[in-house]
Design a protein around this ligand. Structure first.
Ligand SMILES: [Zn+2]
Length: 162
């Protein structure tokens, strides 16, 4: 692996990005999130084309978590988002990294950490992802917060309609 590395998050597989001028890489958490058959097929094709799947080193996760806390993005970042950012932060020490993500919170934390990013939507067919904050207990959709006002369960961000 040398030169340019594209670290691709889940949105990259929904859109179907393809880069030939560098190494394509993603993390195991993203692979777990690719469940629809079209995205799965794109992943398989990219994997055949040399896409790597590598977990991040733990030390970079801590840096990502504290950066996210400083921007207020910590509550909306999923474990997978943290994994993707950690891997990008790890690789940026050595390579020219471009993080491919449509997630605004991930983009925000990436800019704090000095990681370049590019939306997946600009390099393929656009498909808008709508996010919502939903209670993991009673399922109510809320605007903000980390704890449900109704049942006290944790609020998690997820794609609307899922
Ligand atoms: Zn609830």
């Amino acid at each position: 692996m040398n030169g340019k590395v594209y670290v691709i998050d889940t949105s990259g597989f929904i859109v179907g990005v393809q880069f030939t001028d560098g190494t394509m890489l993603t993390v195991p958490g993203v692979v777990d999130e690719i469940i629809d058959s079209a995205s799965r097929l794109r992943f398989d094709l990219m994997h055949d084309a040399g896409l790597r799947v590598e977990p991040p080193l733990g030390v970079f996760k801590d840096k990502v978590v504290s950066a996210a806390a400083s921007t207020g993005d910590a509550i909306v970042l999923s474990q997978t988002d943290i994994e993707v950012l950690s891997k990008a932060l790890e690789l940026v020490q050595e390579f020219d990294v471009i993080l491919i993500t449509d997630d605004y919170a991930v983009q925000n934390v990436a800019s704090i950490l000095g990681i370049k990013f590019k939306p997946a939507g600009s390099s393929g067919i656009k498909k808008e992802i709508v996010w919502e904050m939903r209670c993991t207990g009673c399922g109510v959709v809320v605007k903000s917060g980390s704890e449900c006002q109704i049942c006290g369960s944790a609020i998690r961000r997820r794609r609307a309609g899922h």
